[in-house]
Write a protein that binds this ligand. Structure first.
Ligand code: FUB
Ligand code: ZN
Length: 651
């Protein structure tokens, strides 16, 4: 399958990645740019003087002298950058960028030790502690990111060094971990190696990589004490302050994966773990593993996910908390966690054609993932709140992670390059194919080629999604080709029509996907979704959202911002039968559909001398006010101001 995107909405982002993010991030990784690196929350242990990520490699390679700087997982910023470059030059070859990336590959290879070990922190600072403190060390996490980057870079460029370095590293890990007595019967505190090994298996066909990936999943949680035992044997100071005290569930090792039924612990780790479960399940046809993954998915989607596709309800441990606990202004909703949710949905879709996987992917992608970066491609959110009063983030220590302006860079820089690698590889998520069934999962202007029963089929998608409700599929094949084309019917639409070659038709829909089975040659399918403004209630167990509504249109969730509606957004409300209007504004926020509604404003008693508490008035004093809503992903691009997704509803 080869998909080429030519889409107004997405090309803008992908060009931003290519022309802004990748060069900008390169300068940051090299400490060549004068920017403010913000701590993601008030915590003095967060390193924020510089990135030093490339310099760490130079020191580890013996090209420079000095100390390691940054998190123990600082290397992963470079790997994710390399992965994004791989996808970007695959789409748009840039010889200068390729030479730069080749030199980074050489540097990484030079930093690799003779036996295959790769990890600048331990090579430079504490070689004697290698693999001795896996709960915190992130050694296999970084390795997993390198394997992912290496596979992507090898696939694009055929660079031999990158593949050799990756295999040498993977072989090192195979030699050190596994069932055999002499090996470590353990795993990394942060899942990721499982994904990297599975990818490396796909291109090398080496069974030991897939087996080890499966082993890491199988052993996790069977020995919850593993990290504690290692820490005690190590006996030295933790590698990450306080992490040795985190509960087992933070690492998802509180019980074997097959027994886990809810999404627990650190959100990014959880979704990476589930991504690997779905991946390995698909490759090994392991139904139990897939079912276990689906159980956790159900818990996320039904009880622990924000309407924006954000996950992680608390800053403590960047974690899930409990069912229906979805506070809007203290949440975490890390950008990486939603990037991971996209990966997970994609892997589940490869296992089974279920529309819901695409629905959630779309929700995370168009809302939290995109909110993770500013429209200039040079400022990034780590945490994605659904309600912000800027002063609170500054003065309330429990909200120091809730920023109202995207920083230029972050002490922990996991999110920006994660965004870059996802957006530059978006073409991987548009279709899924299994034998002679192709499903259109995302609606993006693109031209795609498929091999179906050894025949070449081209499918062109034309659409103005997410602003417009029409998608046209033009299928062409030199020879008549019998196959099934599925089209996901998004869960936000109540009605849709499909026309095949100009004729209305009734199509069978299964699990959220409409299927057309026929002999295709030159055919046109037009699908029109009913894309009106929708209002949503949260489940009544979500205490923070009682008597509030959220507004969406198509896949886009909306919010109110102070710049359009004034401050004190909490005083605004929308009537039960309010009528919404919408309009595309091409000069606003890069071109967005803006929603307007006649709502209300509670007459405020802003007199500072007024009593804090006053006798209850039966009738609330309200006045009419037109409210303006913009896409959530585009908030905080017009200076610092309040923002709110869930809006009070006058019933
Ligand atoms: O631990 C590595 C990365 O740093 C995680 O994925 C993020 O959540 C951040 O904690
Ligand atoms: Zn992150």
């Amino acid at each position: 399958m080869k998909v080429k995107i030519q889409d107004t909405f997405w090309t803008r982002y992908r060009e931003l990645v290519r022309t802004e993010m990748i060069p900008y991030q390169w300068k940051v990784l090299n400490d060549e740019i004068n920017i403010t690196i913000e701590r993601e929350r008030n915590d003095d242990s967060i390193p924020n003087e510089k990135s030093h990520a490339i310099e760490n490699f130079r020191i580890a390679a013996g090209l420079k002298e000095g100390n390691h700087y940054g998190w123990v997982f600082q290397d992963s910023d470079v790997y994710k950058w390399l992965e994004a470059v791989a996808y970007s030059i695959n789409e748009h070859m840039d010889e200068d960028l390729k030479s730069l990336a080749d030199s980074v590959v050489d540097l990484i290879a030079a930093a690799q030790e003779e036996d295959g070990y790769l990890g600048t922190y331990f090579t430079i600072e504490e070689p004697e502690r290698k693999l001795k403190r896996l709960g915190e060390s992130h050694e296999l996490y970084c390795a997993g990111h390198f394997l992912e980057a290496a596979v992507a870079y090898y696939e694009t460029t055929g660079n031999d060094t990158v593949l050799k370095t990756a295999c040498k590293l993977a072989d090192y890990i195979v030699r050190h971990f596994g069932k055999e007595d002499e090996k470590i019967h353990g795993y990394d505190g942060h899942e990721e190696i499982e994904i990297g090994l599975a990818k490396l298996y796909r291109i090398t066909g080496k069974n030991e990589y897939l087996s080890l990936s499966k082993y890491f999943l199988e052993i996790r949680g069977t020995n919850p004490e593993f990290f504690h035992i290692q820490n005690a044997e190590d006996g030295k100071k933790p590698l990450i302050v306080g992490m040795d005290k985190f509960p087992y569930s933070y690492f998802q090792n509180h019980m074997p994966l097959l027994e886990q039924e809810s999404a627990e612990g650190h959100a990014v780790r959880l979704v990476y773990m589930c991504t690997a479960m779905a991946d390995v399940a698909a490759m090994t046809k392991d139904v139990n593993l897939l079912n276990a993954c689906k159980k956790i998915w159900r818990n996320i989607v039904d009880k622990r996910m924000y309407i924006t596709g954000g996950i992680g309800s608390t800053v403590i441990g960047e974690s899930f908390t409990l069912d229906y606990d979805l506070p809007n202004d203290t949440m975490y909703c890390e950008t990486c966690a939603s990037v991971g949710l996209v990966f997970l949905a994609g892997r589940l879709l490869e296992n089974e054609f279920v529309g819901e996987y695409g629905d959630i992917m779309e929700r995370a992608l168009y809302n939290t993932v995109l909110a993770g970066m500013a429209l200039d491609g040079r400022h990034f959110f780590y945490v994605n709140p659904l309600e912000v009063v800027p002063e609170k983030g500054k003065k309330d220590p429990t909200k120091s992670h809730v920023k109202s302006v995207r920083p230029e860079w972050l002490g922990c820089a996991c999110c920006p390059p994660n965004l870059a690698r996802l957006l530059s590889s978006l073409e991987k998520y548009i279709y899924v194919q299994k034998d002679d069934s192709i499903v259109a999962n995302l609606f993006v202007n693109c031209e795609s080629r498929f091999s179906v029963n050894k025949k070449l089929v081209t499918i062109k998608q034309e659409t103005e999604y997410p602003w417009n409700n029409r998608v046209l599929f033009t299928v062409s094949s030199k020879e008549e080709t019998d196959f099934t084309l599925g089209i996901r019917i998004p869960n936000w639409t109540d009605k849709y029509t499909i026309r095949l070659n100009g004729q209305d038709c009734n199509i069978e829909t299964k699990q959220g996907i409409a299927y057309i089975r026929k002999v295709f040659k030159d055919d046109v399918i037009e699908i029109i979704f009913d894309m009106k403004v929708e209002i949503w209630d949260a489940h009544s167990s979500v205490r923070n959202n009682i008597d509030k509504i959220a507004v969406s249109r198509g896949p886009i969730v909306y919010c109110m911002e102070g710049v359009d509606n004034g401050s004190n957004l909490h005083l605004l409300s929308i009537g039960k039968n309010a009528e919404f209007t919408y309009q595309f504004e091409k000069n606003l926020l890069g071109g967005v559909v803006v929603i307007k509604v006649n709502g209300y404003e509670q007459i405020s008693n802003s007199d500072r001398n007024a009593n804090l508490y006053q006798k209850h008035e039966k009738v609330r004093g309200i006045q009419e006010k037109e409210l303006t809503l913009i896409p959530y992903y585009a908030w905080a691009n017009r200076g610092e101001n309040e923002m709110q997704v869930w809006i009070r509803c006058e019933r």
